[in-house]
Design a protein around this ligand. Sequence first.
Ligand SMILES: Cc1cc2nc3c(=O)[nH]c(=O)nc-3n(C[C@H](O)[C@H](O)[C@H](O)COP(=O)(O)OP(=O)(O)OC[C@H]3O[C@@H](n4cnc5c(N)ncnc54)[C@H](O)[C@@H]3O)c2cc1C
Length: 404
Amino acid sequence: MLDMLVVGGGYVGLAAAVAVKQAAPHLQVEVVEAAPAGVWEKDERASAIIAAASRMLGVLGVWDEIAANAQPINRMIVTDSRTSDPVRPVFLTFGDEVPEGQPFAHMVMNVDMVRALRGAADRLGIAIRHGVSATSFDTGSTKTTITLSDGSTIETRLLVACDGVRSKLRDLAGIRTVTWNYGQSGIVTTVAHERPHEGVAEEHFLPSGPFAILPLANNRSSLVWTERTEDADRLVASDDLVFEEELQRRFGNKLGDLRVVGSKRAYPLSLTLARAFVAPRLALAGDAAHGIHPISGQGLNLGFKDVAALAETVVEADRLGLDIGSLNVLERYQTWRRFDTFRMGVTTDVLNRLFSNDITPIRVARDFGLGLVERMPRLKSFFIDQAAGKAGDGAPKLLAGERI
Ligand SMILES: Cc1cc2nc3c(=O)[nH]c(=O)nc-3n(C[C@H](O)[C@H](O)[C@H](O)COP(=O)(O)OP(=O)(O)OC[C@H]3O[C@@H](n4cnc5c(N)ncnc54)[C@H](O)[C@@H]3O)c2cc1C
């Protein structure tokens, strides 16, 4: 029988397996991943990784490998305007608040993250079964039995569901969600540009949704461009020249000519918050527990915070001789993560609703109110604290860069 089975070998699932096994090598940990081997290695996307998450990846022994190809974000500029506005007034900047020379986030290629986490899993002896999915499970008093798509079964004391925003395990456990469909999709691609970005990330709140251009290594940037779903689908299907023209119209000429160098994909956006993060012998982590709007690039970072809290909960319970799958133990994890997640989910939701429109009274109120945001410390310090991973004195050790 295993001690912990992780279902879902994305970034969150892999990091959870590595974090627990590194701190408690005697525990038997395995990962089951539905996608065939090699699929994740083709992911062209990049993610903004906040300082707290990179500290955790450092303790897990993978950050140096990831950082070799990462681009530090030294400054972030946020503007609010119509697409046609010739000048976009800056209403919020981030960057001056972190100590000199310390980026508050990095842009990381997802493929580098997967490769490094897989390497760490291999070194720790964590078996990863590819191309099989969990189809059902049955929870008893001392173990859970999981049935896989190839008909085999696995017994474990603790089942960790990292199976993404449409989590099957969450549904099978009867955990309901609060779900809101934004009717928007996030277009993701990579562009090359003439002029250097100087490590500056920009987010423009445009009427159809936020448009972010995030710096990558080698004079390239990653786009997360939100549009109404039908427009996003049309843009993704369009010829690169048409796409580049629409892009330039939204972003302007600041970086010179922009050229699409990656594949274009549109991801439908929704808010999905699980009403519970745990059940007997089951813990949800990452998007299985919360899928949020990418307006602030925090989705995966929230997942890494789950990993830090869950690993510490499990490892400490094990050291105390407690049953790591018992609801009493798992409730500590839920208490640790639920409020922070709810707050981030609601904040991103409100920001998106406030900005994704061009209704004149709202715009006027926004311009009036948000002209003061630079001096309105609460919203800004919320995001800075999130980036730094501050969650009061009780932040999980891994986020502070300490071993469990
Ligand atoms: C447009 C966009 C931009 C984003 N940008 C950022 C950003 O800049 N920074 C950031 O922090 N976050 C960002 N995010 C969010 C981030 O991508 C997600 O939060 C993150 O991918 C969640 O990771 P995960 O491991 O929880 O889930 P997933 O990445 O969805 O992985 C789930 C895994 O589980 C597997 N699986 C599913 N069902 C089963 C099953 N039954 N059995 C076995 N395996 C199964 C799947 O094959 C998959 O590999 C963005 C999201 C979007 C849509």
